[in-house]
Ligand binder design. Sequence first.
Ligand code: ASP
Length: 309
Amino acid sequence: MHRDDLHSHTVPPTDRGWALVLHGGAGGRVEELTLEVRGSYTEGLTRAYTAGADVLAAGGSALDAVCAAVEQLEDDPLFNAGRGAALTAAGTAELDACVMTGDGRAGAITACRHARNPVRAARRVMEDTPAVLLVAPTEARLLDWELATVPPEYFLTPARQQQLRNVQARTLEASRHGTVGAVALDSSGRLAAATSTGGMVNQNEGRVGDTPIVGAGTYARNGVVAVSCTGEGEAFIKGVVAHDVAARMRYLEQPLPDAVASTVEQELTRHGAMGGLIAVGADGCITVAHNSPAMFSAYHDGDRLVTHT
Ligand code: ASP
């Protein structure tokens, strides 16, 4: 892959005083999607964007906005997060999620099997424990946090079970669309990021990708940037991709789109890894970038809501 493989959209700050971007995963050719399915993805992204934008328009926090948006996508069985998550080789759903606020707080969960909305559990880790990353929170712990719990079967959908069978029979290349994330700047200048996933289709049980790793799949720092990633998690971990974007902006003073382009080139494309990310700068500038053929996303360009499916 070369730099030409980079697909990138940047929107300068709008006069709304806040900004929000979502992604619904990076992956292969979207021409494979029927119009009907594509329409459903667009609807899901629009619903999630509206949930987050309503929070921000009412003067709410970036943290509440990214959580509201991600929860919608977790509840939507089309996306690889919450219900409808990609399945492990054993046919189970192991969910990872992370939230981070620009003031340096973070919480994440991995291999979660009981929280209906994994992003809420990640937020509890951040707000109610001294930990940053918690593995497989028990149902009792989730109930203690007053979170909705579900049996592990809740997450399994016939479409994902069929996908797993096809991938295991090698009649389908593992498609990666579907991991979800949101980044936001609120009207008080606070940044936040949230990401949620079932991981990679057919992954070994216990495998953990970049999503719940602070600095790899999710990162936020007030005054700089908030980032949420999707793609081949191992490359994002090794390249500490989300933090690399922030570091380029802080230390090299690169503008957001340049920092994103350099990170994708240096840490992904150069290593033959595929994926993408969304980012919002402290000034409200947003960038959506991927080196995969496609990435699902939603953002406002100043005039209208733009969705890519
Ligand atoms: N990055 C996720 C992981 O590696 C997968 C994805 O974004 O599709 O678990």
